[in-house]
Design a protein around this ligand. Structure first.
Ligand SMILES: Nc1ncnc2c1ncn2[C@@H]1O[C@H](COP(=O)(O)OP(=O)(O)OP(=O)(O)O)[C@@H](O)[C@H]1O
Ligand SMILES: [Mg+2]
Length: 317
């Protein structure tokens, strides 16, 4: 067997800003991703959690090179994804895929399931015989059966549609799948089925997932490691079990406390992320204005600290 480094994806100091206002004199930018670093090993799930607008999808899109980075480095299988040859680029497209939140809009309503799942195989030049085999296998791997092949998306339930999106994502046998809120549009019971399917694909096919969700509960169910994001910055990063049992960053604590009261990780009575406590301070901790534990020290930006095997962005970690 070929041996390789356990690292599938390595992201270093990744940053991305978007132009939000432009006048003759001035351009205004929004930092959507700010100096983010992480690694993802083969056969692992990395959960990215944070509230709306925290930069989760932007990280996902940067990593898959769907949008261009401003700075930093992204390595896939030890190669800088920005120095790929054309052939390597094509290989990268084959080895990575994506599942989005809403299968109603991500599946072409005019195509049958068979055609939807077959599309990536056509793009990558597979012969008809092999396409047929692979489509069948992918649909079965996604927990559907052959009777679904001739149906249209409109004839499927939300969960079944998401399974079709997953079949399309696995049909090229990728090493990495970006799953961007894949369960957020689904009922709770269906959510659980999709989470179990992703776990199964990880275990049986060895696929790694970047799994994005605003819901720490969902993230906790399937992630090996977790990255907690706030305003484009990592607040806490480490092994999932540790973060869920013993969160260190105040923002992680708040995310955990806002889980339903019967959730095992529930800790205290905080139900929602607090409103603003105080004015922001330029050059201070990005969580300063909303942090229940901030002191004057937090008017200065913290460095990342390694505590209990985790990287934490907090003076008090
Ligand atoms: N193309 C763009 N142009 C301008 N601003 C953008 C663009 N894409 C994202 N942003 C901004 O960057 C920030 C991060 O967006 P992103 O979509 O990554 O957040 P998110 O964590 O995925 O949020 P959500 O949970 O709502 O999906 C947001 O403030 C968003 O408005
Ligand atoms: Mg998003």
């Amino acid at each position: 067997m070929e041996s390789h480094s356990p690292t599938l994806l390595k992201v270093e100091n990744l940053s991305k800003k978007f132009l939000i206002k432009k006048s003759l004199l001035k351009k205004e930018y929004f930092k959507a991703v700010d100096n983010v670093s992480f690694t993802l090993d083969y056969n692992q799930v990395l959960g990215i959690v944070g509230e709306s607008g925290s930069g989760k999808s932007t990280i996902g899109r940067l990593v898959l090179k769907l949008i261009q980075k401003d700075s930093g480095r992204i390595e896939f299988k030890g190669r800088d994804i920005y120095s790929f040859s054309r052939k390597e680029e094509k290989q990268f497209r084959r080895e990575t895929s994506v599942v989005f939140q809403d299968p109603r809009t991500s599946l072409n309503p005019r195509l049958r399931v068979r055609q939807i799942v077959e599309e990536p195989l056509i793009v990558h030049g597979f012969e008809p015989e092999e396409r047929k085999e692979r489509v069948k296998k992918a649909v079965i791997d996604a927990g559907l059966d052959e009777t679904f092949l001739d149906r249209y998306p409109s004839e499927l339930s939300g969960g079944q549609r998401q399974r079709v999106a997953i079949a399309r994502a696995v049909v090229l046998q990728p090493d990495l799948i970006l799953a961007d809120e894949p369960t957020s549009a689904l009922d709770v019971s269906v959510q659980l089925q999709i989470i179990n399917l992703i776990k199964k694909l990880k275990e049986e096919k060895g696929i790694s997932f970047l799994f994005i969700s605003h819901d720490l509960n969902v993230i906790g169910m399937l992630s090996d490691s977790i990255l907690v994001l706030y305003r484009g910055k990592i607040m806490e990063k480490g092994e999932a079990g540790k973060i869920l049992k013993n969160p260190i960053h105040p923002y992680t604590k708040i995310l955990l406390a806002s889980l339903p009261p019967d959730h095992p990780s529930h800790r205290d009575r905080l139900k929602t992320i607090p409103e603003v406590y105080r004015e922001e301070v330029e050059g201070g901790c990005v969580f300063y204005s909303r942090c229940p534990d901030a002191t004057d020290k937090c008017k200065k930006e913290p460095e990342y600290k390694l505590t209990d095997n985790r990287e934490v962005y907090c003076h008090f970690a």
